[in-house]
Structure formats: C-alpha cells, structure tokens
Write a protein that binds this ligand. Structure first.
Ligand SMILES: Cc1cc2nc3c(=O)[nH]c(=O)nc-3n(C[C@H](O)[C@H](O)[C@H](O)COP(=O)(O)OP(=O)(O)OC[C@H]3O[C@@H](n4cnc5c(N)ncnc54)[C@H](O)[C@@H]3O)c2cc1C
Length: 372
C-alpha cells in the first residue's frame, strides 16, 4: 500500500500532490491549444517530466514505486491522462547501440521524432509480419492493424518474425518505400491509430532492436511498463470517482428537508462500501507489484494481475458512480463520462482482461511463476 513510505518516496508523494493541484487549476484555466505546453512546463518544473527518461539523457529514471505514487496521485485528481506530463521514454529502444542510438533514440528522446508500436495484426492475416535477410538488409512483409499515433509516427517499432531466427523488434521508418498507411481511425477513448501494410520493405539489418529471436521478450518488457502506468492511473481515478460519489451523497443529504440526518440510503451505503473495498484491493495490488519490481523480482504475472484489477475495478466503480450520481454524470464533458470512455479502451489495450488471466494461469501451470 502507499502507507509507510520512506523519506524519498514521501517526498515524491508531496511533489505529486503539488503538481496535481497545479494541473487541476491549469485545466480550469488554459485554452486547450496551450494546455500541452503548460502541462509540460509545470511537470518539468516539478521534476516529474524526466522520471521516465534515462539518467544518461538527463532524466531521473525513477523506480516503479515512485512512478506508481505520481500516477496514482495525478489520477486521483483526474489529471494523469493529460499530454506532456512525462517525457518520451525509450521503451523498446532502451540501451540500443549505434546506429539506432544516434539516428533514432536521441532525436526521439529530444521530442524531434515520434514513434509507434506495431504488435497487433488483423485476425485474418495469412501470416504474422515476417522478414527474410538479404545481404545487409531485411525484407519485410505483413500488416499491423492498431498502431497508436501511427499516422504521425516517423518510425514504428514492429514485431517481426525473422526467418529462420524468430521474433525480433525491428525499427521501420514510415517513409520507407513499401510502407503504406492504409487507414487511420479513432477510438471511443479519443485516441488515434493507424493500419499499416509492409510490402517488400527493405531496412538495414542494423534496425533490429536488441537481439533477433528475443523480440517478443523485449516487446513484453515494454508492455509491462505500460501496464503499470495504466494500472496506477486507473487506481488514482478510482479514488477520484469515489470522491465524487461521496460528495454527491453529502450534497443530496444536505438538500433533504430537515437537513443531513444520515448521509446515503442503505443501498447507497452498500454500493459505496463495495466501491471502497474493490479500490482498496486493487490499490494494494498496485503498490505490492511496484515494490516487487523495485526489488528486482520477476513480477510479470503480478503486473498482469495489477493491470487487470485496476482497469476492471475502475470500470465497475465508474459505472456504479454514474448510477449513483445520476444523469448529470453522463452529460458530455462530465469527468465520470470521460473516465468511462477511457477505461473501456484500457480493458482491451495492452492485453485484454481475459488474455491476461490466461497468461497468469499459464505462468503458474507451465512456468511455476506468479504470486497470490
Ligand atoms: C486504445 C487502444 C490502443 C491500442 N494501441 C495499440 C498499439 O499501439 N499497438 C498495437 O500493436 N496494438 C494496440 N492496440 C490493440 C490491442 O493490443 C488489441 O486490441 C488487443 O491486444 C486485443 O487484440 P484484438 O483486438 O486483435 O482482439 P482479439 O485478439 O481477437 O481478442 C478479442 C477477445 O477474445 C478473447 N481472447 C483472445 N485471446 C484470448 C486468450 N488467449 N485467452 C482468453 N481470451 C482471449 C478476449 O476476450 C479478447 O478481448 C490498442 C488497442 C486499444 C483499444
């Protein structure tokens, strides 16, 4: 739990609380066009912007617990999803060698290049995206169907089956001949994605990120970090939604003729109690997992559990919160309506809940891994 923080993490919590207050007042004031720049400036001043960036590039490379504290705190004020809070993090490009380091990683961390992540493929694809080696080049064919931010990306870190070695993450510039942006689309949560096809796309063999054959492992370590980020933000928003419900119950009691003898009906109390119990369990799981990661433990299964618990719990809490607060909560622009849209996407993105459950079972039964 977020209890018993040491001095270092207690300071992180105070910083996050200050930034959360600042971002809350910014969202009240700033016109949308200026919001990103204002958020970035506030986050840089607080020392939060660089927390996801390596020390070698001027960041502070914060640990999992520190990041969970910040995201949980910002989520609890419903500002954690704002763009520009964290600087670009290396993701699968972490620790790459030349020429990828100078040509892509450095400009990417400096905000001069944008990237996408190509993992998901169409269900009817005849074959996973694959490559054959031809001299110093790879020749790539296939399709990726859900590349977030793909339409604006300079390159896509793409999972490719390299014949005959196995899966590899390969950096493919979107400007290469044979790369076609087939379609762009938006989703319920407000994010944008793109479908790409690759037809005999030639990239230097040096564009393999890390070691060929270990691409899936590299992709999954990136996914684990993203799953923790999603979990922490959702946990914060559970508290935000619960606060709104409590405030609504208090206000309703105050409006009742004769004053607030008792806050909430028996049914409302049961619903609120259920929300608090679910949030307590999910929040405990998040902090336990963060501590395991910081201790260097293998916590892949626990991360899946934390992401699944956080997104499912927020989804249920938010749905019940709308019911308790009433119709105003469904009006466009109401924070609960916004959260409901965002969390619906998060139950699928970075691993649908059922896939995570299957993987947790596989971790236990086939690999002897995973805690309860
Ligand atoms: C907002 C958003 C952003 C995304 N961004 C990206 C991105 O940047 N890059 C990228 O590559 N992808 C991205 N995705 C795609 C996302 O990873 C996939 O939607 C997700 O992995 C599910 O794959 P699918 O859509 O092909 O559904 P399917 O794989 O067809 O699964 C559909 C359903 O079938 C069930 N199911 C499938 N497999 C299993 C299993 N093994 N065990 C149990 N049940 C199972 C589950 O209920 C699952 O929800 C994004 C998705 C969303 C919603």
């Amino acid at each position: 739990m977020p209890d018993f923080l040491d001095t270092e993490h207690a300071a992180v919590l105070r910083t996050a609380e200050r930034l959360a207050s600042e971002l809350t007042s910014l969202t009240d004031q700033a016109v949308p066009a200026d919001l990103g720049a204002a958020v970035r400036q506030a986050s840089k001043a607080a020392g939060v912007f660089g927390m996801t960036q390596p020390k070698a590039f001027g960041g502070s490379e914060a640990g999992s617990l520190a990041l969970a504290i910040v995201r949980d705190t910002l989520g609890s004020r419903n500002v954690g999803h704002l763009p520009g809070i964290f600087g670009p993090s290396p993701g699968v490009l972490a620790n790459v060698d030349e020429p990828l380091r100078s040509q892509f990683l450095l400009p990417y961390l400096a905000g001069e290049m944008r990237s996408g992540f190509g993992f998901t493929e169409p269900a009817d694809a005849p074959r996973h995206t694959w490559a054959v080696r031809d001299g110093d080049e790879l020749v790539i064919n296939g399709q990726k169907s859900y590349v977030t931010g793909g339409a604006d990306a300079d390159f896509i870190n793409t999972l490719v089956e390299v014949d005959p070695i196995g899966p590899a993450m390969v950096l493919i510039e979107t400007s290469r001949p044979g790369v076609t942006l087939e379609r762009r689309f938006g989703t319920l949560d407000g994010s944008h994605h793109a479908v790409f096809t690759f037809a005999d796309v030639r990239v230097p063999a040096a564009h393999v990120i890390g070691e060929a054959g270990r691409g899936l492992r590299r992709a999954l370590s990136q996914i684990s970090a993203t799953r923790m980020a999603i979990a922490a933000d959702c946990i914060g928003q559970c508290r935000f939604a619960i606060d709104l419900v409590e405030q609504s119950l208090v206000e309703r009691a105050a409006r009742r003729v004769g004053g607030p003898a008792k806050i909430g009906t028996d049914l409302e109390r049961v619903a609120l109690g259920d929300m608090r119990i679910a949030a307590y369990a999910a929040r405990s799981a998040l902090y336990r997992t963060a501590r395991l990661l910081d201790a260097g433990e293998n916590a892949v299964n626990e991360v899946m559990a934390a992401k699944s618990l956080a997104t499912e719990t927020l989804s249920r809490i938010c749905d019940d919160a709308v019911q308790l607060v009433g119709g105003t909560a469904l009006v466009e622009g109401h924070p609960l309506a916004d959260i409901l849209r965002r969390v619906r996407a998060l139950r699928l993105a970075e691993g649908p809940t059922e896939v995570l459950a299957t993987n947790v079972a596989r971790g236990r039964l086939d690999l002897g891994l995973g805690r309860v």
